[in-house]
Write a protein that binds this ligand. Structure first.
Ligand SMILES: *Cc1c(COP(=O)(O)O)cnc(C)c1O
Length: 220
C-alpha cells in the first residue's frame, strides 16, 4: 500500500520536483516502507520523533524539518536535519547560528511565508520576508535556500492557487535581487490535496503525508 503510493507519486511528479514524505505520527516501519519504494527525503514535524527515526534509519535519506521549531531544540535540529523548511524569525535564526557554529556546520534553511496572514500559523508575511532574509544572510552558519509555504486550510485545491502564486512571485522577485549569501533555489509548497496545483504554480518541493501513508488518526 505505502510502497504502491510512493511509486505512483514518483511516476507522476516531474523530474525536477523533490518529494518529501511527511512522516509525522508514522512508525519507523512505515517510513522504512516508503524509503524502500524510493523516498529520498523524510519530513519531520517534531524533533523528538525525528531523533528516534533518524537514529534507526540514519543518513541513507535526507531529513527536512517541517514543523514549528522551538529555540531550545535548535542544537538537536542542527545535528539531525539537512534542511530546516520553517525558519520564520531572526531569534530562531540566531539560535540555529549558534548551534551550527558550534557543530562546524552551515545549516541550509527555507523561509516560511504565511501568505494568507493567518495569525495562528507560523511564517512571516510576504512584506516581512526580504528584511528577515537580509538579516539572516549576515549569519555565517545559515544559508537561505528558498521559501516554504503551507497556504491556508482550504476546502478545494483551487482555493490554494492564489496563495501559491503569490509565494512564487515573491520567490522570483527575491531571486532577481541576487542577495549575497542567499540562494533562491527551493520553493516548497503543496501537500496531499494541493500538490498538483502547487507544481503548476512553480513548486519544486512537495510535502506529502496522507497520500503516501494513508489518513492520519489524529488531526495534528
Ligand atoms: C502534515 C504536513 C504535510 C503533509 O500533509 P498531508 O495532507 O498529510 O499530505 C505537509 N507539510 C507540513 C508542514 C505538514 O505538517
Amino acid at each position: 500500500m505505502i510502497a504502491e503510493n510512493v511509486r505512483q507519486l514518483l511516476q507522476e511528479l516531474p523530474r525536477e520536483v523533490q518529494l518529501v514524505a511527511a512522516a509525522k505520527s508514522r512508525s519507523v516501519a512505515e517510513i522504512e516502507q516508503a524509503i524502500s519504494a524510493g523516498i529520498l527525503i523524510v519530513g519531520e514535524n517534531y524533533v523528538q520523533e525525528a531523533e528516534l527515526a533518524h537514529g534507526l534509519i540514519g543518513a541513507k535519506v535526507k531529513w527536512h524539518f517541517i514543523g514549528r521549531l522551538q529555540k531550545n531544540k535548535a542544537k538537536k535540529a542542527v545535528k539531525i536535519f539537512d534542511l530546516i523548511e520553517t525558519l520564520d524569525s531572526l531569534a530562531l535564526a540566531e539560535e540555529l547560528e549558534k548551534a551550527a557554529g558550534a557543530q562546524n556546520k552551515v545549516m541550509p534553511a527555507l523561509i516560511e511565508i504565511n501568505c494568507a496572514g493567518e495569525v495562528q500559523k507560523g511564517g512571516v508575511t510576504p512584506q516581512e520576508a526580504e528584511g528577515l532574509i537580509k538579516a539572516i544572510a549576515l549569519l555565517k552558519h545559515i544559508k537561505v535556500m528558498g521559501l516554504m509555504t503551507m497556504g491556508p486550510l482550504s476546502a478545494t485545491p483551487e482555493q490554494y492557487r492564489p496563495y501559491f502564486r503569490e509565494t512564487k512571485k515573491l520567490f522570483d522577485a527575491l531571486k532577481r535581487q541576487g542577495l549575497t549569501n542567499v540562494e533562491m533555489r527551493f520553493l516548497s509548497m503543496g501537500m496531499s490535496d494541493s500538490y498538483r496545483v502547487a507544481i503548476e504554480e512553480g513548486a519544486n518541493i512537495v510535502r506529502i503525508g496522507s497520500k503516501i501513508f494513508g489518513p492520519r488518526e489524529s488531526n495534528n
